[in-house]
Every structure is written in structure tokens, then in C-alpha cells.
Design a protein around this ligand. Structure first.
Ligand code: T6T
Length: 324
């Protein structure tokens, strides 16, 4: 089975040929026009989704003749990401590509970048305030949540039972949209009783214990949707610990090496993979366009693919990397 998002965009996005609704980079060029420094601020360090994004970022920046720097918080946390933004502001790069860890709390620090004439591009997550970044590049996350609900329904094969959403942190634009897409779509399958979402704070151990506790309270649990990598890895551990591997279908967002291993071993039944390297590449293209005073595109959506054990190899290009 291979379901692709209807809104996939091509990787061959041209710097000068953006679609409608674009905006011209502001005229605050000054010394920024000769500034060749791009900084990537991911949501968390050393995690395969962001490592893959960094690979695309570095490749595209090098091709465009820009210097790169990547600085990430140890935890997916606005309190830890804010001082990184402040430090980057002081180093005055030409542009910053950032995955804000909170859709409200990161608005202040990101506005300081904008006010200093630094071009701001959102990669993956985004702020509620759309006036700060010139461009936002991400998967169609709501569509991904819908895809997860449809996939769980197929896996249930007509059986009835409860289904759970394991989410990360409230205020994360991507995972909130995935949970919403799932909640809307699960209503179409009356045999699947939605028992709500639980937050894991992006901690695998919390995800594991929440799955085990939910199983104890809801013995009819037949499906879990884990909205991201850490949550999915933790949910797989929780099901394993409870001896429910395979009996409870697990659909997880992302495709880390461990998630792919779990998919192949049958611990996870389906993964919704994103294309983080393309998000990083497109982020550079938008940043460079803005620096050069060219048109930018406000919102760009990248590929999303549902992968099962049967078509894992055919979709291996979507597996995330541990290093470039
Ligand atoms: O799922 C990705 C990313 O899209 C999300 O915004 C945060 O979590 C991940 O980085 C995976 O851990």
C-alpha cells in the first residue's frame, strides 16, 4: 500500500519561479546582501528527522555558495530554544531557518530576528502569527492525521474497539494538526471508538507508560496513532512490554531507523513518513530568494507517504538518516 498526499510538491522548486501569493523580500538589503551565513535551528538535537533536514539544508546551502551553522536545543522546548535564537541573533546571519517548538512562545524571539533584518523561514513547525516568517515549509500534517485514521481503519479490517492518539506537546503546530486530522477522520469509522489524546511531552518513556496504562483501562484497545517519532518509538516499547505487539495496531508518524526496524519486525503496522531533507532544501531556496530580494512563497507543502511492512523497501528513500 502506498498512499501519497494529494498536495505533494515537486523538489524542483525554482528560486525565481514561485507560485501565486508570493511576496518580494523586503528592501532591507544593506550589508545583508553580501552576508553568506545561514543558520538552521531545529526543534531538538540529534534526532533523525532533523538530521535528515540538516542534510538537505547543508547540501542546498553549499550549492548556493552559503556558509552553514546548525544550533539545536537538547529538548523540544521553547525555554531551551529561546536562548539559542538570542545567540544566533547576535551573530547576525543573513537568514535563519527555524522549527519553532511552540506556536506562540517562540513568536517574541523570532520577531527579534525579523526586526534585525534577518530573513526568517519556518521549517516543519510554524507560529500562529504568520507575519514573522517569509515562508513556511512543512508536510500537510492534517492530511497526515487523516491518512493515519484511514490506515488504522484498514488494519482493523472491520473489527470494533477503542483507538488512542498519543500526542507530543500542546502548542506544537505539526502534531496538533496531525491529531486534528485524525480526530476529524476517525468519525467516519463507527466501529473505531476514539478515546481521546494523551500528551507524552515528546518523551519515549512517557509514551510507553501511557500505552500500558491505557491498555489496562481499555482492554478493547485495538489501535494507537502516535503523532511523531519519539512518541511512536515509545508506543512500540509500551505494546511490547504489555505483550500486545500486533494485537493492537500501531500507526506512527515519521520513519527513524528504529521505527523502520519496528515496522519490519511487525511491532509497528504502518508509518507516515515525511520528507525532511526536502524541507531543509526548500528552506534554503526560500531563504536565498529572500536575501536576494526575489519573490518567496508563503506556504510550501512537501511529500507524505504511508508505508507498511509490505512496501517498506520500495519506499526506502523516505527513511530518515542518522548522519548525512
Ligand atoms: O515529527 C517530526 C516533526 O515533524 C515534528 O514537528 C516534531 O517531531 C518530529 O521532529 C519527530 O520527532
Amino acid at each position: 500500500m502506498k498512499i501519497r498526499s494529494a498536495v505533494a510538491v515537486t523538489a524542483a522548486f525554482l528560486l525565481t519561479a514561485c507560485g501565486g501569493g508570493g511576496q518580494i523580500g523586503d528592501s532591507n538589503q544593506g550589508d545583508q546582501a553580501t552576508n553568506k551565513k545561514l543558520v538552521l535551528i531545529p526543534g531538538i538535537t540529534a534526532e533523525p528527522f532533523y538530521i535528515s533536514m540538516q542534510c538537505g539544508f547543508e547540501e542546498a546551502a553549499k550549492a548556493a555558495g552559503y556558509e552553514v551553522d546548525t544550533q539545536a536545543p537538547a529538548k523540544f522546548d521553547a525555554g531551551q530554544q529561546t536562548p539559542i535564537v538570542t545567540g544566533v541573533l547576535a551573530s547576525r546571519p543573513a537568514a535563519v531557518l527555524i522549527a519553532p517548538t511552540d506556536d506562540k512562545a517562540m513568536a517574541g524571539p523570532m520577531k527579534q530576528l525579523k526586526d534585525a533584518g534577518i530573513k526568517v523561514v519556518e521549517v516543519d513547525t510554524k507560529l500562529q502569527d504568520t507575519s514573522i516568517a517569509l515562508s513556511s515549509i512543512s508536510s500537510d500534517n492534517e492530511q497526515g492525521g487523516k491518512l493515519a485514521a484511514e490506515t488504522l481503519n484498514k488494519l482493523a479490517g472491520g473489527r470494533s474497539g477503542s483507538v488512542l492518539v498519543l500526542n507530543t506537546k500542546a502548542g506544537t503546530s505539526t502534531t496538533d494538526a496531525r491529531a486534528k486530522g485524525f480526530e476529524d477522520a476517525i468519525k467516519n469509522f463507527p466501529n473505531l471508538k476514539y478515546i481521546g489524546q494523551q500528551y507524552t511531552d515528546n518523551e519515549p518513556a512517557t509514551a510507553a507508560s501511557k500505552v500500558t496504562a491505557t491498555l489496562a483501562a481499555n482492554p478493547d484497545l485495538i489501535g494507537v496513532f502516535a503523532t511523531n517519532l519519539n512518541t511512536g518509538e515509545g508506543a512500540a516499547t509500551g505494546l511490547r512490554n504489555a505483550g500486545k505487539t500486533g494485537a493492537v495496531n500501531l500507526v506512527g508518524f515519521d520513519a527513524s531507523p528504529k521505527q523502520v526496524e519496528d515496522l519490519k519486525a511487525g511491532t509497528v503496522q504502518a508509518l507516515i513518513a515525511q520528507d525532511p531533507a526536502t524541507i531543509g532544501r526548500q528552506g534554503v531556496e526560500q531563504a536565498v530568494a529572500a536575501i536576494e530580494g526575489k519573490e518567496t512563497e508563503r506556504d510550501i507543502e512537501t511529500d507524505l507517504v504511508a508505508i507498511t511492512k509490505d512496501d517498506a523497501e520500495a519506499n526506502s528513500k523516505y527513511f530518515y538518516k542518522q548522519s548525512c
